[in-house]
Structures are given as C-alpha cells and as structure tokens.
Design a binder for this molecule. Structure first.
Ligand SMILES: NC(=O)c1ccc[n+]([C@@H]2O[C@H](COP(=O)([O-])OP(=O)(O)OC[C@H]3O[C@@H](n4cnc5c(N)ncnc54)[C@H](O)[C@@H]3O)[C@@H](O)[C@H]2O)c1
Length: 290
C-alpha cells in the first residue's frame, strides 16, 4: 500500500483516478479548491484538503510522507485562458511550480503530471508525435506545456522523478455536462436522453482522438510505477484512433440534424467557442484538443 496525493481529485479525471487508487488499496489524499471540481465526486475513503495550489505554504505540509503525487489540478478552460491569461497562468504554471517545489522539499519520489495534447496546437502533420516541436495556439496550451518543461527541469536539477502525460480529448463518467467544456459525446447523450435530435455542426466529418478516462487512469498508474520513466518524459495518452462526429452519432444511435458551422476569428486558433461547445476544437490521424 502506497500513500498518494492527487491534486484536482474532485474533478473529472482526478476523481476517476482517486477511485481506482482506492480500489487498488492505496491511501489517497486530495488537494482541490473545488473551483471546477465537485464535492460529490470526492471518494469518501480519501482524505480531502480544500486548498489552492497557488498557495505554496498552504499546500506544503500535505506532501510529507507521500510516495507519489499525481498533479491533475488545473484550470482546463481554453476560452477562459484567452479571456483571462493571467489567472489561468497563475493556476496552470505557478500552481504547477508550487506542487513541484512542495514535492521536492518533502522528498516525494515521483510526480506524474497531467499534460495536454493542446501543446501541439493545430499541427497539420498527423499523427501527432512526442518528438514534434510544440506549437500551442492558446495560453492554456502554452501553460500546460510550460508545466511539462518544469517537470523535466525539476528532474534534471533536483533529481525528483517526473512523467508528463499528454491526454487527448477525455470522455467518460463525470465529464463536464455544462459550459464551454461540454464534450460532443456528452452533448449528444444528453440530447438523446431528452428525446431531441443530436445536432451535428457542419458536415460532421471533423475527427478527434477521443480517449476514455479509464485509459487515462491506467496510464497514470503505469507512469507512477514504471521503472522505464521518470526523467520528465512526455508521453501521448490517446486511443490512437480517430472518430468523426458522424461516427459518434452512429455509435450512439438515434435522430440527428445538421446545424451550420460558425466561422469565428482566426486569432483564437481553432479553439473557437462554438466548436468547443460541440467538442470539436481542432479538427483533423492522432488528433489533439485539450
Ligand atoms: N478533459 C480533457 O479532455 C483533458 C485533456 C487534456 C488534458 N487535461 C488535463 O487533465 C487535468 C484534469 O482535467 P479535467 O478535465 O478533469 O478538469 P476538471 O476541471 O474536471 O478538474 C480540475 C480540478 O482541479 C481543481 N482545481 C482547479 N484550480 C485549482 C487550484 N487553484 N487549486 C486546487 N485545485 C484546483 C478543480 O476544482 C478541479 O477539481 C487538467 O490538468 C487538464 O489540463 C484534460
């Protein structure tokens, strides 16, 4: 039995990870400020600390005696990072340095960092591979990539083990059901449950690599345990297969209708709001997103 700390353990991915760690018999502590996370996601067998990763002194004591940290907490909102880059930088970059410093000072063996395929931006070259030069198209994408670089540098300078996992378009239990992070899959499921037609934006041939949260959880646990990693490597975590929106409609089954695509300014890259709501961000083999 190990003791793990999960930042962001009340969120979509973090809470699924906490549940699996507890299933496997580990002791788990959660640090989360419940900004986008929910109380009802928190596993009652975990120790919950309501704290903010932007406050190093507040979070520091909780890293003592911990075997490994899963750093999942972030403000994962592309549009919000465009509207308010300072706040999102504070959480996604400064919050990550705080977690790394607290882990290093407490002599935690390894930190597994939730990175993002958004680091690739709108690359036209597919599939997206780890040795490609990152080219983020939003403050959020850049911030998540800076976090990866901090992990690598902390391994280099201070010897703490780190692994960066670049997730591709997560879906599964507890995924967002409102707001700008409503995924196309959840949106279709909710429309179908209401007896409505599933609304396809444009021709529905936009493709993305959709990754089930259980695979992301498995990847986290393997990254924590693997003897082959720990020096700040960046690893893609995706299904490795793309699906179009039309294919998703066919898998779910039911009525559908088409709505016109909304063209929006180029400066926001392809992370444009209307497409994000449909969960379609950058269209295109191993396709990224958030
Ligand atoms: N969902 C995806 O498709 C996706 C894709 C790529 C990467 N990611 C990354 O995975 C991680 C989890 O994403 P998610 O989809 O589960 O998001 P989420 O919003 O459900 O979870 C984030 C959690 O972090 C917490 N948090 C936010 N700011 C905090 C702060 N200052 N201090 C403490 N806790 C704070 C929130 O309350 C929430 O519980 C993020 O790092 C995100 O960048 C997600």
């Amino acid at each position: 039995m190990k003791t793990y700390l999960v930042t962001g353990g009340a969120g979509f991915i973090g809470s699924n990870l906490v549940d699996e760690l507890i299933n496997q018999g580990h002791k788990v502590m959660i640090i989360d400020n419940l900004s986008t996370g929910k109380k009802e996601n928190i596993n009652p067998a975990a120790q919950f600390v309501n704290a903010d990763i932007r406050n190093l002194e507040e979070i520091k004591p909780y890293f003592n005696g911990v075997d490994g940290v899963f750093h999942v907490a972030a403000l994962p909102r592309v549009q919000l990072s465009i509207e308010n880059p300072v706040e999102s930088n504070d959480i996604n970059v400064n919050g990550t340095i705080n977690v790394l410093v607290a882990a290093k000072d407490a002599k935690v063996k390894r930190v597994v960092y939730s990175a993002s395929s958004s680091a690739y931006g709108n690359s036209e070259i597919l599939p997206l591979k780890e040795d490609m030069m990152p080219c983020a198209m939003s403050p959020y994408g850049l911030q998540k990539y800076i976090g990866e670089e901090y992990c690598r540098i902390f391994s280099l300078l201070y010897g703490i083990e780190t692994v960066n996992l670049r997730y591709f378009n997560a879906y599964g239990p507890r995924m967002a059901d409102t707001g700008a992070y409503l995924t196309v899959i959840k949106n279709f499921l909710m429309q179908k449950a209401r007896g409505e037609a599933m609304t396809i934006t444009g021709d529905g041939e936009q493709i993305r690599d959709f990754t089930h949260v259980r695979d992301i959880v498995r990847a986290n646990i393997k990254a924590m345990e693997s003897q082959k990693a720990g020096k700040g490597e960046s690893i893609n975590i995706g299904a490795g297969k793309n699906h179009s929106v039309n294919q998703i409609v066919a898998i779910i089954g039911g009525l559908s209708s088409h709505i016109p695509p909304r063209v929006e300014p180029k400066h926001a890259g392809r992370y444009i709001k209307s497409q994000r709501i449909a969960g379609l961000g950058a269209a295109g083999g191993f396709r990224g997103g958030d």
